[in-house]
Write a protein that binds this ligand. Sequence first.
Ligand code: SAM
Ligand code: SF4
Length: 333
Amino acid sequence: MHRQQPLLIDRFGRKVDYLRISITDRCDFRCVYCMSETMEFLPRGQILSLEEIFEITEAFVELGVTKIRITGGEPLVRKGAVELLEKIGQLDGLHELVLTTNGSQLKTLALPLKQTGVKRINISLDTLIADNFRAITRTGDLDQVLRGIDAALDCNFERIKINSVILKNKNHREVGDLVQFAVDKGIDISFIEEMPLGTVNQHDRSSAYYSSDCIKTDLTTRFSLLASTEKTGGPSVYFKVQGTQTRVGFISPHSANFCSSCNRVRLTVEGRLLLCLGNEHSVDLKQIIRTHPGDKNALKQAIVDAMLIKPEKHEFDIHEQPVILRHMSVTGG
Ligand code: SAM
Ligand code: SF4
C-alpha cells in the first residue's frame, strides 16, 4: 500500500506517530498510586467495543502512526485482548506493537501474545517483597507476577522492561534490589516519578515524591551507571549498568520535562482522544464513529483536526491538588 506523508503534525511542529490505547479501565490490582480503594468502573455501553477500538486504530495507522502501545487498566483482563492485538499486529504500516501489563496473566498469555507479533513488553513491578507488593497493589500476588515474568522470558520477546513507580518510604529502599533483579534476568528497568492523576486516598503524593535524581544517587552506591545516548522514542533517559546488558531508564515528569519531543497521543477506553497526559484537551472519537458509522473520512478528519489542540506541555505539580481528575487506568499509562 502506498504510504502517504505524515498528516499528524501539531502546532509546534511535533510529528505524532505513536498511539497508546487503554482497552479497559478495569484491573485485578488496585495500586495505591493509580487507583483509589473503591473504584467505580465504567458501564459497558460507555466504553469502546473491541471492533470500535480496531476501527480507530486502523485510521491512525493510515494517518502515519507507526507505533501502538496497548495498555489499561490491565489490558490482559479484557476478554478478546489477545485477538485484538493479533488483528492490530497485521495492520500494514505499523512497525511496533507493544504492551504494558501488570504481569498477572502472563503465565498463560505470554506465549499467545508472542504469537500475535508483540515484540516488546513492559511489566510493572514496584517491589520484590511479598508483603510490600500486597500493600502497594492492595490485591496483587508477587509470586504470580514473578511467574509471569519468567513465562515472558521463556518466550524470547525482543525486549522486556520492568516499570517501577517509586514512592518515598514505601519502596524507595528497594531501588538497588530492583536493578539487581533486572540484571539477573537480563532485562531493562525504568523508574517512574509518580504523577498526580486522579485522587488517591492512601498516601499524600507530595510527601511520597522521590525524584529520579535521588534514585540515581542511591544506585551509584551499588552500580556503575554509564550515560547512554540511546533514544527509544520515549521520555526515558537511559543508563547502562556497567558490565551487564541491563539499561536503567528514568521517567521524570517533574524533574525533567520531556514535552518538547512528545510524539504521542492517547485513546481512552471511553473513546476520548487525549492530546496530552497532563491536560484535559480531548476529542470524543466515540461520538464521531457512533454518529457516522463506517465513515472513515469523518473519523480521519477529526483525528487530523485534533492535532491543532495538542497542548505545548503538561502542567503537573505534585505539591498541588490534582487538576487532572482521571486516573491513569482510564487514561492508559
Ligand atoms: N496495568 C498495567 C500495568 O500496571 O502495567 C498497565 C496500565 S498502568 C496504568 C501503566 C503504568 O502506569 C504502570 O507502569 C503504572 O505503574 C503506571 N502508573 C499508574 N499510575 C501512575 C501514576 N499516578 N504516576 C506514575 N505512574 C503511574
Ligand atoms: Fe492496575 Fe496497572 Fe493501575 Fe496497578 S498500575 S492498578 S496494575 S492499571
